[in-house]
Every structure is written in C-alpha cells, then in structure tokens.
Design a binder for this molecule. Structure first.
Ligand code: PRX
Length: 646
C-alpha cells in the first residue's frame, strides 16, 4: 500500500481548484469540450479577433483545428497587455552561472528589448512564416529571441546549447532556417561552451543561412565572417523599440522543437499559436497554483519543451515573474538551487527527478543550511520519480509544507497532461496522478483493448486537447505513422503506465526505443548511427540500463571491423564520436565489445536479449529458438560490462 499524503491546508485554503471542483470541471471538459475550452481561451488570452469555432475535426481524420478563425499574437499576450499593470514588475530574474551575477528585467524592459530585436530581424529580411534558429545559453536574450520571432510571426526553432555542431546543422537544414541567433560562448558550471564555433562548423553545410546574430556573453574572441556575423548589441543599439505585433491565425505555427523518437532522425515537433498558448497558460496557473506576484522557477533549459512552456510562454502569458538560471545544480556547491531559492524568494520550484536524485546523494546538509521558507509548491518532470527521491523532495526540501506535483507530459503534448493539482489531489509519491482538464487518458493492451485496473499497458490519449502538436514539420506522414497508426483514432504516447483504483496514473517509462538519460530524450538509433560512423565500427546496438542518478544510462554493444583491436582508448574514442555527432548528453555510459550481435534468422537484432544482458537479468533469457546463433548470447553474458567508460 502506498502512502497517501492528504491535502495541505496551507495550500488548499487558497488553491484555485478543490477536489470537488476538479471532478466537476473535469467531467464538463470531456462532456462539452467546446464550451469548456472556449471559456478558458477567453479567460487566459487576449484575442485580436474571436474564433469561429473552438474545435473542429478529430483524431479519426486527423484534421484537428483549435480556435479556427481566431487572431492573436503570442508576444503581445506575453508582453504588451501586461504593460498597464506590470510595467515595473520583474518579468525575468536572471541568475548567472557565477553566483555574483544576476539581473532583473521588468516587463517594460523585456517589451523594449523584444521590440528592438524584432525590428532587427525584419531588417534582415525575416518575415511571417520564416524559420529562425536560436542556439543560446540560458540568458535573457534566449527569451527575447523567442518572443522577437513570435512578435513578427517567424517560427523559432530553439536548439539546446549542449547539442553538437552536427546536430545543430541537421536541425537548421530540416527547418530551413535562414538566420541563427547565438552567443560567442556559453558558461555552465564555470566551463565555456563554444557556441559560435559550433555554429561556424554547422553553417559550412547550410548555404541558406545568410545572417548570424551573436550575443557577447563573455570576453572571448571568436572568428568572424564579416558579411554574415553581426554583434547583437550593435544591432540592438541602432534599432527602434516600436514594432507592431503581427496578427496571427490561431492555427499559424508558433515554433518547431526537435525531439528524438525510436527510429530515424529527430522529429521537428510543430506547435500552433492559439491552442498551445491557452493550454500553456492554463496549465501553468492551475498545476502550479500560480498566484499574482509569485516568483516561479522552472530549471529547464529553453532548449527543451519544458523551457518553452514553463520558463517562457505559460508564465509570461500569466504575467508571472520567472527565474532564468544559467548554471547547474552543483556549481559552485550542491547548495546552489536552494541558495537561489532564498536569494530570489522563489515560491514555486519545478525541476527534474535526476537533479533531485543527484542532490539527495550529496546529503541533507546542503539543503538544511538554507531557509527555503518562500517555497510553496514543488514540481517534477521528465521521467518517473522514484518514491525515495519524492519523499526526500517533499520532507527535506519542502519540509512537509509544499505539495509535489509530478507532471507527466511530452514535447508533443505542449503542456502538462497528467498531474496532481495542489489543493485538489491527495498525493501518492511516484504517481503522476490525475489527468488534467480535457485530457482523456486510457491504458490499453497491444491489441488496443482496455487493461484491468492496476495492470500495465500502453498509455493513449483519446481526445484532442489544445496544447497538442500540429504535425511533424515537413513530414505529416511521419506524424500520422508515429502517433496514430498503432491505435487508429488514439494518440500513442509511447509510454507504459497503469491506473489504480482511485484513478491515479503511474507512469513506468517508455515502451519504445527511446531512452531517458537524466530526463533527456535520446533515440537509440541515433546513438547507433553515431557509433557506426567511426571507421573501426561495423555494427552497434544500444539499450538502456537503470542508473541510480540518471534514471537510465546508455549501454552500447559494439562489433568492430575485423582489422580493429578493442581497447580502452578506442572506447573513449567512441564516446567522443557520439559527443561530436549528437552532443555530450548522448554519450554512452557503457560499451561492451561484441564479436557478434544476437540476431534472428532474418537478421533482426534481438534487443530484448541485449537489454537483459545490460541489466544483468540473465537467469531467464526467454525463448532463444529464433536466434541464428545462440552461442553469441552466452559469450556476451560472460563478458558483460560492469563499469562505466572512463
Ligand atoms: O517517458 C515520458 C517521460 O518523458 C517523455 C517525454 O519526453 P520529452 O518529450 O523530452 O518531454 C519531457 C518534458 C515534458 C515521456 O514520454 N516523462 C515526462 N514526464 C514524466 C515522464 N515519465 C514519468 N513521469 C513524469 N512525470
């Protein structure tokens, strides 16, 4: 029996949603989605023109449209409409990697800077529908760049600054970006990240990019291409503030964000404007019970969906004050997060289980030396949180005063889908709990039939919701195939889950070949093709292996070419190849040499067996009768790798 934590009166007394209200609104949101979402859209967003129809189309024909005919602008909703009341209120509290560096940008200052950059973009030929790549560290310019794009109707494609030049290149090409906004360097954990150098490398193969705008984050000099590269500060200094907000259709695209799947290259997830913003704002307010003037800190980088929805759009639409943190949880010490919470009086804190596990490991003293008395709500996202980490977060970090909202969602879903609501949901450590309003979630077996209570199955969503992706950029067929082919008429999440007698959802993890390493989503096939790009490698197969801090780690089986000799230095080279081709986040933790990979007679790699070997579950290997050469498996078991690559 799991512990269940009752509602905390301190939060419940002022929360927007109570248990009874949750049930009532949830039912209404399913019975009358148009009525329900129409009301929300009016409440959360300022529209230039109202919509003709709240929701049209459906999952059967995949012709879903939200707020068709409605006109709005995202930057206007995040900035202009707040100026009357909030001009002098901080919009962004920026905390640098170095604890002595921080800055505040009020709503008026943010508005001014966005207007200037928007005018610069226009001057360089960017117009509605054009794609702009943003490759920046966590500095205010990242938010400014996103909003400057949306102000003029350009579609931004933010690429996480930890991705390699190669990954950046592929994303620029796929989205057809013509302008890149970057910095000379990034700084994280006192280490420099050569962003401009990566851009230079990437652009060797991107002939359509004619302009690179470079923020001067450090004093380091970088090579310069005079016709193409411009300093951000010079351009801004000359630009006008006034820039009218482009009138966008609700269904016009807002941004592309790449994410990994089980197969192929990362997909460009395309999000629209109207539905996404309504969903971002509403989930931000209700899931975090955000009250006026509270300080909201989501630690996610803007390079990920969590950063888009809960570091930028959701909170800014709601007129919130956000903390934007450039650094890492361990620098200069393991007390950094908690010190930042005290320094900026953070009320709501949202982070990933991997950070919680890593900090828990450092001991309670780092937490206890800080006060954290401003904290009211805690949140987690990105991977399942194990009950031990949850309890530590709740008791030690939150001192039993703050509900923990374990929020399940995906790049594709645009916003939080399954979550407790503070004040409404009694908490069960490790459960993402109840579906958000308008979300009809089911668990089905591989044939698509509902599974009994408590049993594991495939998590699917059966009705459209406003935050949902529009398509895969430039590849609608892939959208249909990936998400709607397995169970026609239902959105396939790719996650395994169960639901208990009280309707709580428990998310177990991915059911496909996606690995979550420290909450980062990595496709096994991408890592395999990076490994195979090394001249000595003949074949590679990648599986996941549980890790006490990262959640999962990457375990690679590698077959070398006949003339190659296995060695530790070759292992390091292979790790380096993956870092270069994808980025450090995809570096394999384990590499095992394999004379041969276990394959079926038709030549398919039997990953099920490899997973068992990597996880040391070798007592029962299951049915081996389809294996072409069973000796291979015994050999791999004998040589299983116990230690991580240096
Ligand atoms: O497996 C689920 C896991 O993260 C996946 C989505 O990854 P991404 O698109 O990168 O978005 C992450 C941030 C929204 C999901 O398919 N996941 C996310 N949140 C949770 C989770 N698994 C368990 N519990 C969660 N709260």
């Amino acid at each position: 029996m799991t512990d269940i934590y009752p509602l905390l009166p301190r939060v419940a007394n002022t929360a927007y949603v109570t248990t009874a209200k949750y049930r009532e609104w949830y039912q209404r949101s399913l019975d009358d989605p148009e009525g329900f979402w129409g009301e929300q859209a009016k409440q959360y967003i300022s529209w230039f023109e109202p919509w003709d129809k709240v929701l049209s189309g459906g999952f059967d024909r995949l012709d879903v449209r939200w707020f068709q005919g409605g006109k709005l602008n995202a930057a206007y909703n995040c900035l202009d409409r707040h100026l009357q009341k909030r001009a002098q209120q901080p919009a962004i509290i920026w905390e640098g990697d170095n604890p002595n560096e921080s800055a505040i940008l009020t709503y008026k200052e943010l508005y001014d800077r966005v207007g200037r950059l928007a005018n610069v973009l226009k001057r360089y030929g960017i117009k509605k529908g054009d794609r702009v790549c943003i490759y920046l560290p966590m500095i205010p310019e990242a938010v400014i760049a996103m909003l400057a794009c949306t102000r003029i109707g350009a579609i931004h494609s933010v690429v996480f600054a930890g991705f390699s030049a190669d990954s950046l290149k592929n994303r620029i090409l796929d989205a057809g970006c013509t302008l890149v906004i970057t910095a000379n360097e990034g700084i994280r954990g006192n280490k420099a990240i050569p962003l401009k150098e990566n851009v230079d490398k990437a652009l060797r193969d991107c002939p359509d990019v004619s302009t690179v705008i470079v923020v001067k984050r450090t004093e380091t000099l970088v090579p310069w291409e005079h016709k193409r590269d411009m300093w951000y500060h010079n351009l801004i200094a000359e630009a006008q503030v006034e820039c009218s907000a482009e009138i966008m259709d609700a269904e016009d695209p807002l941004f592309i964000l790449y994410t990994s799947g089980s197969t192929g290259k990362p997909k460009g997830i395309l999000h629209g404007t109207g539905g996404y913003l309504v969903y971002a704002a509403m989930t931000h307010k209700l899931v975090f019970d955000y009250h006026n003037r509270e300080i909201f800190w989501c630690t996610a980088d803007v390079g990920w969906i969590t950063g888009h929805t809960y570091s930028v759009y959701g909170p800014l639409v709601n007129g919130a004050t956000i903390v934007l943190f450039e650094g890492v949880p361990h620098y200069p010490t393991a007390a950094r997060y908690w010190e930042v919470i005290d320094k900026h009086k953070v009320n709501i804190f949202y982070t990933a289980p991997t950070a919680i596990r890593a900090l828990r490991r450092e001991g309670d003293e780092w937490v206890k030396r800080t006060s954290r008395k401003s904290l009211r709500i805690l949140g987690t996202v990105g991977e399942p949180i194990n009950p031990e980490a949850w309890e530590w977060y709740y008791h030690i970090v939150g001192e039993d005063r703050c509900p923990v909202v374990d929020t399940w969602w995906q790049t594709e879903t645009g916003g939080i889908m399954i979550t407790p609501l503070p004040g409404a949901t009694p908490l069960k450590p490790g459960a993402a709990s109840w579906p958000f309003f308008g979300v009809e979630a089911k668990i089905v077996n591989d044939e698509g039939a509902p599974v009994p209570e408590g049993e594991m199955g495939n998590l699917v969503i059966t009705q459209p919701w406003p935050g949902m992706m529009q398509t895969v950029y430039n590849d609608h067929e892939r959208f249909v195939k990936t998400y709607f082919e397995t169970f026609p008429g239902q959105y396939l999440t790719g996650d395994q889950a169960s639901r208990d007698a009280e309707g709580y959802f428990w998310i177990a993890g991915r059911s496909d070949d996606v690995i979550k390493v420290s909450g980062h989503r990595i496709g096994t096939e991408e890592v395999e093709s990076a490994l195979v790009s090394h001249a000595m490698v003949s074949e590679a197969a990648v599986v996941s292996r549980p890790d006490p801090v990262k959640g999962q780690n990457i375990y690679a089986f590698v077959t070398l070419k006949t003339d190659a000799k296995p060695s530790d230095s070759l292992k390091s080279e292979l790790v380096q190849v993956v870092r270069d081709v994808i980025g450090p986040i995809a570096a394999p933790g384990y590499i095992q040499w394999a004379e041969e990979l276990p394959k079926t007679r038709s030549g398919k790699i039997m990953r099920r067996l490899l997973r068992k070997i990597a996880n040391n579950e070798v007592k029962d290997m299951g049915d081996l009768s389809t294996l072409a050469n069973p000796v291979v498996v015994e050999d791999l078991i004998k040589k299983r790798n116990k230690s991580e690559v240096e």
